[in-house]
Design a protein around this ligand. Structure first.
Ligand code: ATP
Ligand code: MG
Length: 163
């Protein structure tokens, strides 16, 4: 389907904002940097929502009290860049390559107390690649994490079919 990714991300971020406010366990600010024109991409909306749910739930989970989560959409000539940044604990350099592996979690003790299975990013990577896209991490220990996703405007193929 043809989806306005700016609108899709605004909706996902509003939902997360409501849920975190409701829970009152942490005060987190959401900042959206989204173009004021539609950015249409051909994608499977449910699957991409699953990807952004995973990434935003990580960002919330690892954010400090009072932290800001920034969602940025940049429409480039041949692709759209989406960046989700947090000001959380970060991921040490030596662990960054592994976070997209199934069941991998950086800090076993912390991971246990925060819950989860270590599948979120592995599934996200599969779904992004099924759209012909890429997912990457940039992070500094104790400073924050940025997950960036690049999607071509139109390359999504349904399994066994054509776009
Ligand atoms: P699940 O998503 O299955 O509930 P999970 O969140 O532990 O479990 P992933 O989403 O795959 O699993 O993330 C893998 C690991 O990468 C996490 O356990 C965490 O150690 C690290 N990680 C992911 N996102 C962040 C982030 N924004 N800040 C710090 N560490 C992160
Ligand atoms: Mg997760």
């Amino acid at each position: 389907e043809t989806i306005d990714v700016g609108e899709m991300l605004t909706q996902v971020s509003e939902r997360f904002e409501m849920v975190t406010k409701d829970k009152k366990d942490k005060d987190i600010r959401f900042e959206n940097r989204i173009p004021n024109h539609p950015v249409y991409v051909d994608l499977d909306k449910d699957k991409m929502i699953q990807v952004f749910d995973n990434i935003l739930s990580n960002a919330v989970k690892y954010s400090p009290e009072g932290g800001t989560i920034t969602i940025q959409v940049i429409a480039r000539a041949n692709e759209v860049d989406i960046e989700i940044s947090d000001e959380g604990v970060g991921i040490p350099k030596e662990n960054q390559a592994k976070i997209f592996d199934r069941f991998y979690r950086v800090d076993k003790a912390r991971a246990r107390s925060l819950g989860g299975t270590g599948l979120g990013l592995a599934i996200s990577k599969e779904l992004v690649e099924a759209h012909g896209g890429k997912i990457d991490v940039e992070s500094a220990w104790q400073q924050g994490t940025t997950i960036s996703i690049t999607l071509p405007y139109s390359r999504y193929k349904k399994a066994g079919g054509s776009a």
